[in-house]
Design a protein around this ligand. Structure first.
Ligand SMILES: C[S@@+](CC[C@H](N)C(=O)[O-])C[C@H]1O[C@@H](n2cnc3c(N)ncnc32)[C@H](O)[C@@H]1O
Length: 219
């Protein structure tokens, strides 16, 4: 189990004012309720509800290349992206390797609005129960998804990821100090699992996670 930060520069590239950009207080309750439906408002509605418009811009190409290099993926590699959203990362991997890359996603809106070239590779489903055979993937990826799960579902999802793939790479929101905890709490709309690095590492160990991982921090 290694901490591999393939996304460090990604998060830092976007400047966020955690307090001004996200309305705080009671007003935010409604935004969070709507955001958690992962429907149109979350992806392409006003910024108060989430992404504020998430269109393809090629940003995941760099990550695709890093994953391919590190995990030595080739045209025969079978890859699964859990919580793949609009499938932008699997699209990038598919463009490079033209291989067996698939996604699993709980948002019907995201699937319907994914890149059409890879849409039929995305299955509707929940990370807590993965409809695949043991070790059927060479690599399972889950980027910024698992912190949205409630604890029981999270534990199940980690065991499921362990089960279906040989290698794994997951990325979740976390914090290293009080400032980052408050920043994350102020920014987030959909997180159910708000844990420190120490807590996440305990959760991974407790669930016998045997893949790699990384964290997003709100500095
Ligand atoms: C922050 S988005 C990240 C999307 C994508 N991985 C990316 O980085 O572009 C979180 C994703 O988790 C998905 N999600 C939330 N709960 C889920 C669950 N229980 N099972 C599968 N996907 C889930 C959401 O629909 C959304 O696509």
């Amino acid at each position: 189990m290694k901490n591999l930060d393939f996304l460090k520069d990604y998060h830092k590239n976007t400047k966020r004012d955690y307090y001004k950009e996200r309305k705080q207080g009671l007003e935010k309750v409604n935004f969070a309720i709507k955001a958690k439906q992962f429907g149109r408002l979350y992806w392409d509605g006003d910024r108060d509800y989430g992404y504020g418009g998430y269109t393809y811009d090629g940003r995941w190409k760099k990550l695709a290349k890093r994953l391919i290099k590190y995990y030595k993926l080739n045209n025969n590699s079978k890859i699964l992206d859990i919580g793949c959203g609009k499938g932008f990362l699997i699209y990038e991997i598919w463009k490079i390797l033209n291989n067996k890359v698939y996604g699993l996603e709980i948002s019907k809106y995201a699937i319907a609005n994914s890149k059409k070239e890879i849409r039929n590779r995305i299955k509707y489903g929940n990370a807590k129960s993965l409809p695949y055979k043991n070790k059927s993937f060479d690599l399972a990826i889950s980027i910024n998804t698992l912190h949205n799960l409630e604890i029981e579902d999270l534990f199940n999802a980690i065991s499921q990821i362990n089960r279906v793939a040989k290698k794994k790479y997951i990325v979740v929101d976390s914090f290293r100090n009080e400032k980052e905890r408050i920043n994350l709490m102020s920014w987030q709309l959909t997180c159910n699992a708000l844990f420190s690095v120490k807590e996440w590492e305990w959760i991974l160990k407790t669930n016998k996670y045997n893949g790699d991982y990384s964290f997003i921090f709100y500095e």
